[in-house]
Design a binder for this molecule. Structure first.
Ligand code: FAD
Length: 472
């Protein structure tokens, strides 16, 4: 009997350094590779124009071109994976199903259901660590528990890393053993956008491993400056790799390998950010309740006093706080937002507009090209002070100070709020404080061309402190 394996790719859209694929190829005589457009996920998306779909489609097309060159194919289906995967297993007479583990609660449930179902039919299931560097059982505290504070977690992560020889494995994928399937429904020949009911759109970042590796190479030139430059949005000196790592165009090992190529502060700070990524994945895996609840249970008692009207203005970038508006307009237009600005707008929504962090989190989930439940939830709960190792509740970002500090000449504001571009680099942070002459000179009238601040930061700060203190 021929040993036939099926490798199911999901958020690992690449053919190199792929743990599950390398093992499927190693253990089988024939291996098929499939991607399922999951209707249960796609039907929840609110708009038929979604950059992430185009990003995924481009990534898959690149995979298919590579496979076609080898005489193999990518099997693409649309439907519920709980139905489609068993169907494929039957059709192709598969012996073993291979996939990389996903730590999101709904994905874990889906994988458990499929595993149980197929195991009953005698199919072997193999799942692998690939999406993170260390899983929740690998970096534990003295009581053999998951860390709830980042710094000791990071120290233990680094200690574990240093204690292992040739720790950054590179999984070789012998693609010549991949097989073709006559019902593979080529992405290159069939209009898949139509099948799944989406419309192709432009994206600043184009999906696929070629683009990802090029970006990684380019970032090598800047990584030494990362510690200094990473907080200034207008410099655009972070890697911009988050969408590629989210969709798996790159492996986490590609990222780690680069972070240890140098020994300066730039490299170590970048590695630290990647460790944050692992940390939040572990938290979501170990505490799935964070998807809907505050990590610190007492904060679920907060009575969020903010209004829907303010939430809407925040979404639209019309709050009258230039740094917040610029960041939100950038998100709406591009699907991207710099990390510093994510912290600024999240703090503003929760602690200045007093709106529940879950509303902001959901809005980001709709818009971000790099949307990842673990990182997004971690970032929101950190900003709202409700999360694991979050900032204390009384630490409230002052949007004016943040703006002056991290966008001192207002370059980022000018890019996304062009109506403010003629204000001086001082007034651009507080255009509502300008007098009529200054507004005439700037060709921008506050209240007409740009809104007055929708709330007073100082007044709201007091309310926020009272709101948080009320649960103590
Ligand atoms: C409110 C909020 C929401 C966020 N939502 C997401 C999200 O949905 N998806 C996402 O990938 N990141 C999210 N982040 C984390 C961070 O903002 C982005 O990862 C980063 O801006 C991506 O840009 P980059 O690739 O240039 O990052 P770099 O600065 O180059 O960092 C390298 C990589 O490390 C990882 N990383 C960096 N910072 C963090 C962090 N704080 N938490 C987890 N991983 C990190 C990312 O994979 C990133 O690509 C969020 C942060 C906040 C405060």
């Amino acid at each position: 009997m021929t040993m036939k394996n099926l490798c199911w790719i999901r958020r690992d859209l690449r053919l190199h350094d792929h743990h599950a694929l390398s093992m499927a190829l190693k253990n089988g005589e024939e291996t098929y590779i499939t991607f399922i457009f999951d209707e249960t996920i796609l039907k929840k998306l609110t708009s038929p124009i979604d950059r992430r779909i185009t990003f995924i489609m481009d990534s898959l097309k690149e995979i298919e071109v590579s496979l076609n060159k080898l005489g193999a194919s990518l099997i693409v289906r649309y439907g519920d994976p709980k139905v489609e995967i068993p169907k494929l297993v039957d059709e192709l007479k598969i012996n073993g199903l291979y996939f990389n583990r996903d730590y999101e609660p709904s994905a874990k449930k889906r994988d458990e259901d499929i595993t149980k179902n197929l195991q009953k039919k005698g199919i072997d299931i193999f799942s692998f660590k690939d999406h993170v560097f260390y899983e929740k059982t690998e970096v534990l505290n003295g009581q053999r528990e998951v860390y709830k504070v980042f710094t000791p977690y990071k120290n233990k992560w680094l200690e574990t890393f240093r204690s292992q020889e040739s720790v950054v494995a590179n999984y070789k994928c012998n693609l010549k053993k991949l097989k073709t399937n006559k019902n593979s429904n080529s992405l290159l020949k069939v209009d898949w956008y139509k099948i799944i009911n989406f419309i192709e759109t432009e994206s600043i970042l184009k999906g696929g491993t070629t683009h990802a590796l090029k970006r990684l190479e380019n970032f090598k030139k800047n990584i030494s400056n990362y510690k200094m430059a990473r907080d200034i949005p207008a410099l655009n000196q972070t890697s911009n790799l988050s969408a590629y790592i989210r969709m798996g165009n790159l492996s986490i090992r590609d990222m780690i390998r680069m972070s240890i190529e140098g020994f300066d502060e730039g490299h170590s700070t970048w590695l630290s950010e990647i460790i944050w990524r692992d940390f939040y994945q572990v938290i979501l895996d170990a505490y799935p309740k964070v998807e809907t609840h505050c990590f610190k249970a007492e904060y679920d008692k907060i009575e969020w006093a903010g209004s829907n009207a303010h939430f809407k203005l925040w979404c639209e970038g019309k709050t009258g706080y230039p740094i917040v508006d610029a960041a939100m307009r950038c998100l709406n237009e591009s699907g991207l937002m710099h990390n510093r600005l994510r912290m600024v707008v999240a703090s503003f929504l929760t602690k200045t507009l007093l709106v529940d962090w879950r509303k902001g989190e959901h809005y980001f989930a709709e818009k971000l090209l790099d949307y990842d439940l673990a990182a997004n939830n971690g970032g929101w709960q950190w900003s709202a002070s409700t999360g694991v190792d979050a900032q204390p509740y009384f630490r409230i970002f002052n949007p004016y100070n943040q703006s002056e500090k991290f966008d001192s000449d207002g370059l980022f504001i000018k890019e996304w709020c062009p109506e403010l571009k003629l204000f001086s680099s001082k007034l651009i942070h507080y255009p509502h404080e300008s007098d009529m002459v200054e507004q005439i000179e700037a060709k921008c009238f506050i209240g007409k061309d740009y809104p007055h601040p929708i709330v007073s930061y100082k007044g709201q700060k007091e309310k926020a402190l009272a709101m948080y203190k009320a649960i103590k």
